[in-house]
Write a protein that binds this ligand. Sequence first.
Ligand SMILES: [Fe+2]
Length: 216
Amino acid sequence: MSTSDDAVPAKAMAEVEGRVRTLCLRHAERLPFHGWHHVSFVRDKAAEFARCNGAEVSVVRAAALVHDVNYLVRRNSAAAEGSGLRRAILAGAGVTPSVIDWVDALVDEAEMRTRHRDISLEAQALSDADTLFKALPVTPVVLAHRYLAENGVSLRELADKIVGEQRGVHDSGFYFYSPAAAASYSRWATANLELWQCIRESLDDPTVERLLTAVG
Ligand SMILES: [Fe+2]
């Protein structure tokens, strides 16, 4: 439920959502992993986590909508590379300059590669939603191959990225910031990391390598 005190009022939010959805659908063939299905999942879960942790819900929701526009700017890029497009979408939707700065900063803050234990509540809510998508048991089964195609990376590169970026935060205890998310989803996260560790190990077997070459 939106209120007049929201950092991103309902009318601007609807504009942001419409613009991002249109872009995602127009470029759907370039976004088989980070398309509208991903953005709308992260939007819904981030808003849910924000309501629970006391973050400003509207800014989290807006940040979720624009958090992955970097993949429209350049394949396999960091969130910061989407800053120009992100700011343009928000400005075009009527979001105020100070809130645009806030959204842009919290998207960077929530990045898996660089996030730390003490990020803001808003970044925590966004991070938990985006991390949950990565840890869903269905993601390696039905979506991982889409990530490879979208970003032009090999299975070994993806396994190295997942284990390299996620093992440290997992073992340090802030894979999820929300205690409720940690209670509900940590088992999935642990299983997912173990799976990717096993995938990486299996690729060192030359017979497995030949198998993968044979299936293309
Ligand atoms: Fe994402």
